[in-house]
Each structure stands twice: as structure tokens, then as C-alpha cells.
Design a protein around this ligand. Structure first.
Ligand SMILES: [Zn+2]
Length: 143
């Protein structure tokens, strides 16, 4: 996520800025410039994925269209558990959206936003389950 956080992902906009002969339009929608914020947050395709994510982590009051808004939504969670859930879900979403973008770009494999969300959902559940197991294990060890 830090690569995305510091806006270091090789999006088409950044590749073009480095002089590479690539189109700068978004891989998902082919309508807007492929910047980090558009690709991962405000693109129609990504928004469909985020809608499902937000629905499970208390949705923001206004739609999130840039990175600063995403970070403040994570930060403003009402308690630590929700903050952790938002953080895990956001990291998984960014990872899977970027993975799907590359899959579409390099392998021409297009999958529905709902399937991307299923992958995110599975990963978030696995991470939470592993954290619980770890906590349970360390409490057993301290007996
Ligand atoms: Zn787009």
C-alpha cells in the first residue's frame, strides 16, 4: 500500500510522464486519465468495488474521490476495531484493484467488479481470522 500511498504506482499517467509511449486513459473505463486517484477510487469500476467495501465498514458521508479523503475516512473510525477493519479492507481493495488493472492490461482478462469484491472479502476475512487465532494462541501461551 505504501507504493500507492506515495503515489508511486506506475499508472499510465506516470508512465507517459516518464516518456513512455503509452495511452494515458484509464485501463478500466478508457474515459479519464489513469491517475492513482481515478484508477483506485473515482473510476466507475472501482467505485462499484468500494461501494461493497464501504457498506461493510460504515460508509463515508460523502463519496471518496481522492487519497486524502480515503485516509481521513480510515482515521475517523469510531473505534480501534473499525479503524483496523477499514485499514485492512482499504489495503486489500487497493491491492486487488491494482492486480485487476494489470490483469486486464497484460492478459486481457476482464472480471466483474463483484468478483473483485469477493476476492477482497475473502482476504479480509482471512486476515481477521489469522489475527484472532494469533491472539487466542498468545492468550493460551500465557496461561
Ligand atoms: Zn476509469
Amino acid at each position: 500500500m505504501w507504493v500507492a500511498n506515495y503515489d508511486r504506482l506506475p499508472t499510465r499517467e506516470r508512465l507517459a510522464a516518464w516518456g513512455m509511449p503509452v495511452p494515458i486513459t484509464c485501463t478500466f473505463c478508457s474515459r479519464d486519465t489513469e491517475t492513482r486517484d481515478h484508477l483506485l477510487l473515482s473510476c466507475e469500476y472501482s467505485m462499484e468495488v468500494w461501494r461493497e467495501v464501504f457498506f461493510r465498514c460504515q460508509p463515508p458521508s460523502t463519496s471518496i474521490t481522492n487519497w486524502a479523503e480515503l485516509l481521513s475516512w480510515i482515521r475517523d473510525a469510531r473505534n480501534m476495531d473499525m479503524k483496523l477493519l477499514r485499514k485492512i479492507a482499504s489495503q486489500a481493495s487497493v491491492f486487488h484493484l491494482w492486480k485487476q488493472r494489470n490483469n486486464l492490461l497484460h492478459n486481457q482478462i476482464s472480471i466483474h467488479a463483484a468478483s473483485v469484491f469477493s476476492e477482497i472479502d475473502r482476504e479480509v476475512r482471512n486476515i481477521i481470522f489469522a489475527k484472532r487465532e494469533r491472539k487466542h494462541f498468545s492468550s493460551l501461551m500465557s496461561l
